[in-house]
Each structure stands twice: as structure tokens, then as C-alpha cells.
Design a protein. Structure first.
Ligand SMILES: *[C@@H]1O[C@H](CO)[C@@H](O)[C@H](O)[C@H]1NC(C)=O
Length: 167
């Protein structure tokens, strides 16, 4: 339960209360290319031709704090219309141990950000944010999160590896 809450908080723009579909997706060890001093970081893991090019991710406060509100901001370029039926596969590992593998509806999650428009999303640059409360009970450890989005026609939207260190 607490892990699920933590996941929702950390992947706030993508992940929520949608009815997830279980899916098997490969696990990998991220190489972090965008990092802060705050014990978290993110990197791309997708191909060069991803439909959504994530340019910027930030969190506030940095580093994230148990029991406090966390605001996550994303900026990304959309190069091809993102349609209804798009989804995001999410895998979470605590250390080396996989603890969660789920799929979420992209459009439902996008609608929970500060963007009022609904799917489809036309090409352009989008800045989105979402605020959630992190639970007090986040277990200590290093969380490795992989989020991979797909358009309705199964083309990759984006692939992000995120590390959050609550050791
Ligand atoms: C959403 O929030 C971001 C970050 O604060 C802001 O740059 C953007 O303009 C907002 N977008 C909308 C549609 O309100």
C-alpha cells in the first residue's frame, strides 16, 4: 500500500488511480544523466525518435520529503499527435527487487495535471505540473522507476528512468 502511494506521488503526472492493467516489461539499470544534489535524477531510455521528447523534470522541494507535498514539473516537446488509447508502462524496483509493474492510461493521467485540454494532444511544447502528498511511511531505500509511454498505434512516446534515494 505504501509503495503504491509513493509511486503515485513520484510519477505524479503519469500515474494515478486509473485501473491498471498488469503487463510484463523489461527491467533495466538506469544511467542517470540529469541529476541534482537531492538524491534523485532521471534519464532518457527511449529511442532517438520518441514522440514526446522530455526536456526538463524538476521537483519541489528538492530533495522530496516524506510527509510533504511534492510538486513535479515536466517540459516536453510533442512531435506527433498523442491519441486516446495511449498508455504508460511503469516498473518500480526497490534496490534490486521489482515491487510493481503496471500500465496506466496516458490521457487520464494527463488530465490530472494542470493542462485542462483533453486528448488528443497536438504537436507542440507542453509544460505540466502536478502536486501530490508524499506519505510519511516511504520505506528507506533506493527506488528505480522506469516509465515507458506508447501511442495508441504502439509507437513509443517516451522512456524515462528515474532514481529516488530515500536511504
Ligand atoms: C502548468 O504549470 C507549469 C509549471 O508551473 C507552467 O509553466 C504551465 O504554463 C502550466 N500550464 C498550464 C496549461 O496551466
Amino acid at each position: 500500500m505504501m509503495v503504491r502511494f509513493f509511486l503515485i506521488a513520484l510519477l505524479a503526472p503519469l500515474v494515478g488511480q486509473a485501473n491498471p492493467i498488469e503487463r510484463q516489461i523489461p527491467l533495466r539499470s538506469p544511467v542517470i544523466t540529469h541529476s541534482t544534489f537531492g538524491g534523485w535524477g532521471w534519464s532518457h531510455c527511449g529511442g532517438a525518435k520518441n514522440i514526446i521528447e522530455v526536456k526538463y523534470v524538476s521537483v519541489e522541494p528538492d530533495p522530496p520529503q516524506r510527509g510533504q507535498d511534492l510538486t513535479v514539473k515536466f517540459v516536453g516537446d510533442v512531435s506527433k499527435t498523442v491519441k486516446k488509447g495511449s498508455w504508460v508502462d511503469v516498473t518500480v524496483k526497490l534496490g534490486l527487487v521489482p515491487i510493481l509493474t503496471k500500465s496506466f492510461d496516458f490521457c487520464e493521467q494527463a488530465h490530472k495535471t494542470n493542462i485542462t485540454d483533453r486528448c488528443p494532444y497536438d504537436p507542440g511544447t507542453y509544460a505540466v505540473e502536478r502536486t501530490v502528498t508524499l506519505p510519511e511511511e516511504i520505506p528507506p531505500g533506493k527506488f528505480l522507476i522506469n516509465a515507458r509511454g506508447f501511442n495508441a498505434d504502439k509507437h513509443e512516446l517516451f522512456c524515462l528512468d528515474i532514481v529516488a534515494d530515500f536511504s
